[in-house]
Design a protein around this ligand. Structure first.
Ligand SMILES: Cc1cc2nc3c(=O)[nH]c(=O)nc-3n(C[C@H](O)[C@H](O)[C@H](O)COP(=O)(O)OP(=O)(O)OC[C@H]3O[C@@H](n4cnc5c(N)ncnc54)[C@H](O)[C@@H]3O)c2cc1C
Length: 506
């Protein structure tokens, strides 16, 4: 590059990419973010339709409590998030008609779980101890999985004596710690883990799962204007501080030179060179942008990995006066504990804050309903039988509405507007291949995917890298990659983060 200020280019304005970009900008990099869509946030975006602002995917905003990932970013950048906490976090509706309220208040939650699932208290106590360790570790730079000696050095510095108490649980699953005599309890755990770890208790790693199940206790928030306002806040900060965020610029190629990622080209004819490139993408998408230059390991990875989950979503415009009163803005409904979850058998319902006039016309509320779904059947029907694809869309719409009516009786008659989203819709709006969302199932901490791509100045950010999905998770991943880039920049300048004696780690 011609100037001595390093230029970092970010492909995609998801929360992971924007967070990494903001951190690098603050540290003195020139930063350009290229976003294919007309607004930021990707899976955690908010879109406008007929006077409603609908949350496209993510609706639960966690990680804002002191020490949490978003709180750290706010402190680091000096910005304020447009949020306010809610309690209860959400209500789970079990198939036998019982409800379990996920209180944020620790005493209320303890009383609730003891009443709902007698005899499980020792399990919850273990889980909370593990969660405290996981959250404590994640409050410091924690480059997991380590990909360099510098990462190992940073990890060693992040460990505390109490961290060692987690070691026996490294290979355990949540299911191996949980009592197994109540199918409803298992269904309860599985439904929570599916939305937070992309897998169920039998497979979810205990350390990861403990932090995921602890989300309500860590605090859940409403975001004013919808969850997309988080990404908008970051875009605003980046622009105000001299960075660039360009919309309607879909990167179509990454150019290589001397084994390094050298420049990108977009569908609008823009070409930008950079010193470092961060791809806020899945490995599948990155592989496509690299074409014949994709390293063998990346090409093999995308050939061998199983498809991850997709989502089926409904966006409802609803007459608020016709909805029953409910203490919570979020509900999770499990229809049948004997059948696999997802595919409409477990549904998450989120309602806009009634006190947020920006989300819906007066007297109305914007709702997002979602369920996990396998992506392949949608694409098969879409290409082979369009009518069957539409029939499946209609059947899933029915399933989600009837599940939601368990929590909100009368919902159908209160609904003025219905939009639906399949994996095909998600592929179009988030550019994620096959509409695969949510990252990889968190089954093994030891086999977690890191940010490396096999190209020395190109990394992944976003929910494909550890710690995976959620706005809080991709924020941690984004900070990790930003630190990594800063370390390399420092090294190029001849500096060294290591104290004398440990310089060999550089
Ligand atoms: C239905 C659903 C519900 C969810 N619920 C929650 C929840 O309640 N709470 C929570 O915290 N998380 C939730 N998540 C997960 C969360 O939304 C994601 O893990 C997170 O937002 C992913 O962020 P990311 O950084 O990986 O970027 P993404 O969201 O994947 O965004 C990537 C961005 O890159 C852009 N892009 C892609 N390709 C290109 C290209 N070639 N050129 C330019 N731009 C490109 C896209 O347009 C997009 O804006 C949910 C996800 C879904 C799908």
């Amino acid at each position: 590059m011609t100037t001595s200020i390093p230029h970092t280019l970010i492909i995609g304005a998801g929360i992971g990419g924007l967070t990494a970009g903001a951190r690098l900008l603050q540290a003195g990099h020139r930063v350009t973010v290229l976003e294919a869509h007309v607004y930021p946030g990707g899976c955690a975006g908010t879109f406008y339709h007929k006077k409603y602002r609908f949350e496209a995917g993510a609706t639960l905003a966690g990680g804002f409590a002191p020490g949490g990932p978003h709180a750290r970013v706010a402190e680091m950048l000096g910005l304020t998030w447009p949020i306010h906490p809610v309690d209860p976090a959400w209500v789970v509706h079990l198939p036998n008609g019982r409800t379990v309220t996920q209180w944020t208040d620790p005493q209320q939650w303890q009383a609730e779980r003891q009443a709902a699932f007698p005899g499980t208290e020792p399990f919850w106590q273990t889980l909370e101890t593990l969660a405290d360790i996981s959250w404590d570790v994640s409050a410091r730079p924690f480059p997991w999985p380590p990909e360099s000696l510098h990462d190992i050095y940073t990890l060693a510095r992040a460990l505390r004596p109490k961290t060692l108490r987690a070691l026996p649980y490294l290979r355990r699953t949540v299911g191996s710690l949980a009592p197994n005599n109540d199918p409803l309890f298992r269904a309860f755990l599985d439904a929570q883990l599916l939305i937070s770890a992309q897998t169920t208790s039998q497979h979810a790693n205990a350390l990861y799962g403990s932090a995921a199940l602890d989300l309500p206790r860590r605090g859940v928030n409403h975001v004013r204007g919808g969850i997309g306002a988080l990404a908008e806040t970051l875009v605003h900060w980046i622009r105000q501080n001299g960075g660039e965020v360009l919309f309607r610029q879909q990167v179509t190629h990454i150019e290589m030179k001397n084994g390094r990622a050298h420049a990108v080209r977009t569908n609008k004819g823009l070409r930008q060179e950079a010193d470092y490139i961060l791809a806020n993408l899945t490995p599948w998408a990155l592989r496509a942008l690299l074409g014949e230059h994709a390293p063998h390991a990346l090409a093999r990875e995308v050939r061998q990995r199983e498809a991850t989950w997709g989502a089926f979503t409904l966006y409802l415009g609803v007459d608020a006066a016709k909805l029953p009163p409910t203490p919570a803005g979020h509900h999770q409904i499990i229809r049948d504990a004997t059948r696999p979850l997802g595919e409409g058998n477990s549904v998450f319902v989120s309602m806009s804050d009634p006190n947020d006039p920006s989300r819906a016309p007066a007297g109305h509320r914007a709702l997002t309903l979602s369920t996990h779904t396998a992506v392949a059947p949608w694409w098969q029907l879409r290409t082979s039988d369009k009518a069957a694809y539409e029939a499946r869309r209609a059947a899933y719409t029915e399933r989600l509405l009837s599940a939601a009516e368990v929590a909100l009786p009368g919902l159908r008659s209160a609904t003025d507007l219905v939009l639906s989203g399949t994996p095909v819709t998600f592929a179009f709006f988030t550019r994620r291949p096959s509409g695969m969302v949510g990252g990889f199932p968190q089954e093994s901490i030891l086999r977690a995917r890191g940010p490396s791509t096999g190209i020395e100045n190109l990394w992944l950010v976003g929910d494909s890298i550890f710690p995976g999905q959620s706005t809080a998770g991709v924020t941690l991943g984004g900070l990790r990659v930003a630190n990594l880039v800063l370390h390399l920049t420092q090294r190029r300048k001849g500096g060294n983060f290591f104290p004398p004696g440990l310089r060999a780690f550089a």
